[in-house]
Design a protein around this ligand. Structure first.
Ligand code: ATP
Ligand code: MG
Length: 549
């Protein structure tokens, strides 16, 4: 579909820049802060950045934006790399903003030397107060009068660790009356005696985002620095730094972040869900994280397809999670192995089947001509789904009922002859008869039945735990719902079926396989699954079953 759609606004800019000769080739970057796992919103950014470079023959860097020592961890770096690779992208270079600390420090010294930066001893409250308001200009304090020499000396001492956290900051000297508050002498360095995941204790001053991001882009010769709309006000400062330092002119472009119904996407909120045990971890299959979606059985193809379909917008919107689920179904329908699993068993005995068990052949995937077949054992005693039988059935009931016939998938037509009950009147089993000529594939019975049921042979079945997931939140727009976001958690988002009965072929499959449990939904093997205890996650239902209540 990518060939057919019109260009998005960023592609238009890139094509224009290549046509005009402004650039010979483009370089983009994906710049995650390693303070959490990536979520589906990041996937959007990844597909955009890597996708652009791929389309126009450029390259993309993976840059860890690790300028904040207190929230960042190596575990996150590794998970981010895993997720980007899993999504199907290769970065040209793996960079860390922290590798540029020395250069960034040099840039700050340059600004001081040009009289464009000064050390301020004010408290953060004082600085905020002196900034003014959007409608009234701010005022400079006496620290802005410090000489270049004095600033150089104190900034050096700041680096040497002479001062306490928060006692001094370095500010760029720009314009205290700018309508853009971020240009009112923004803080560009702060003191923080904290251990950094890569630079250790080498530094006790750290650059602010606005003094690190643009310059890092510039150092890497990023041509198109793509970020989300909340960075629009930062663009003036981005450009100011590049201009004053006379470095490679990277340019920033903003698009609307992805918001999706029934979920949260901020790392801060996702971390709360993990820390407060609302979910089992960052890769809980209900999470909006890439690792959660992967564990749930979503495919990288489906996520990329979703990102392509939602396009690149200039205005914030809320995307329906059903669209993502639609993409997942579309892909899984093509690749999923069909298997039969009974969740809530009702025993049936085929009273006229007196043979030994036989192996029936069943297609792995009717959508895939190369999908092959598997053996499914059939025998005298089977399980069907309890909900597929009704003792007193309404007129158009095409499943099993007394005297009624159904086809067993890939097997025979059977007829229910007798309902067996215990002393309390509970149905314990059904006695059925089968029609030998009705075997799937070579049916000469001439009998037509409307219903087809899934089933398993009791003697051959393997048990499996099946985990059924629902949406983690009960409201559509979680971020804008009243109260705390956790008030809206769906307490019934996980249902566990401890003992489902599965056909034995599932024992030989692997964690990378995707399944359609016939009539039940799409499933994938969970990472906790073992040969002794199979565990499956429901990836998505067969149809969009979510009704707005
Ligand atoms: P969060 O608010 O979820 O913690 P973030 O923006 O702080 O996200 P970063 O690690 O700083 O996360 O983001 C890396 C890149 O991913 C940035 O370029 C950011 O703009 C982009 N990004 C983050 N969230 C989304 C989203 N929901 N949709 C699209 N792009 C996003
Ligand atoms: Mg961030």
């Amino acid at each position: 579909m990518s060939e057919e759609r019109s260009l998005n606004f960023i592609e238009e800019i890139v094509e224009e820049d290549l046509k005009s000769g402004k650039y010979q080739s483009i370089t983009t970057r994906f710049p995650p802060e390693p303070n959490g796992y990536l979520h589906i919103g990041h996937a959007k950014s990844i597909c955009l950045n890597f996708g652009l470079a791929k389309k126009y023959g450029g390259t993309t860097n993976l840059r860890f934006d690790d300028t904040n020592p207190t929230t960042e961890e190596t575990e996150y770096v590794e998970s981010i790399k895993d997720d980007v690779r899993w999504l199907g992208f290769e970065w040209a270079n793996e960079f860390y903003a922290s590798d540029y600390f020395e250069k960034l420090y040099g840039f700050a010294v340059q600004l001081i030397q040009k009289g464009l930066a000064y050390v301020d001893d004010s408290t953060s409250d004082e600085i905020a107060h002196q900034k003014g308001t959007p409608t009234s200009p701010g005022v400079r304090n006496q620290f802005a009068e410090r000489t270049v020499e004095e600033n150089l000396q104190i900034f050096t001492e700041m680096r040497e660790g002479k001062y306490e956290d928060g006692s001094k900051v370095l500010r760029a000297k720009i314009d205290m009356a700018s309508p853009n508050m971020l240009l009112r002498d923004p803080i560009i360095y702060r003191i923080k005696h904290a251990h950094h995941h890569r630079t250790g204790d080498k530094w006790c001053i750290y650059p602010m985002y606005d003094f690190a991001h643009g310059q890092s882009d510039s150092i890497e010769h990023i041509t198109h620095s793509i970020c989300t709309l909340e960075f629009v006000p930062h663009r003036d400062l981005y450009d100011w730094c590049i201009e004053q330092l006379g470095i490679f002119p990277s340019r920033q472009y903003e698009f609307a972040r992805l918001n999706m119904t029934y979920t949260v996407m901020s790392k801060r909120k996702l971390l709360q869900l993990v820390n407060e045990n609302h979910v089992s971890g960052w890769d809980d299959p209900r999470m909006s994280t890439i690792s959660g979606m992967r564990r749930r059985g979503y495919t990288a193809e489906a996520i990329r397809d979703f990102c392509e379909r939602i396009g690149v917008a200039k205005r914030e919107n809320l995307i329906d999670v059903s669209l993502l689920e639609f993409c997942v179904r579309e892909h899984l329908n093509k690749i999923a192995l069909r298997r039969m699993v009974v969740f809530d068993p009702l025993k049936i005995v085929i009273t006229n089947y007196n043979n030994d068990a036989e192996m029936l052949s069943s297609e792995n995937n009717p959508e895939d001509p190369d999908g092959g077949h598997r053996d499914v054992p059939f025998s005298r005693e089977l399980y069907i789904e309890r909900e597929d039988f009704m003792e007193v059935a309404p007129k158009k009931y095409f499943r099993l009922a007394p005297g009624q016939m159904v086809r067993l998938k890939s097997a025979y037509i059977i007829k229910c002859d007798e309902v067996i009950k215990d002393a309390d009147g509970n149905i314990t089993e059904l006695h059925c008869s089968y029609i030998p000529e009705s075997k799937s594939g070579s049916d000469t019975s001439g009998i037509n039945v409307k219903g087809t049921l899934h089933w398993v042979s009791i003697a051959h079945a393997v048990t499996a735990e099946v985990r059924l997931y629902d949406r983690l939140f009960k409201v559509e727009d979680v971020a804008n719902a009243e109260g705390d976001f956790k008030d809206h958690i769906n307490e019934n988002s996980l249902e566990i079926i401890p003992n489902a009965y599965a056909e034995p072929a599932l024992l030989n499959d692997t964690i990378n396989d995707r399944y359609q449990f016939i009539r039940k939904g799409y499933f994938s093997m969970d990472k906790e699954s073992t040969k002794e205890k199979l565990v499956f996650n429901r990836t998505v239902t067969l149809k969009d079953g979510w009704k707005k209540s």
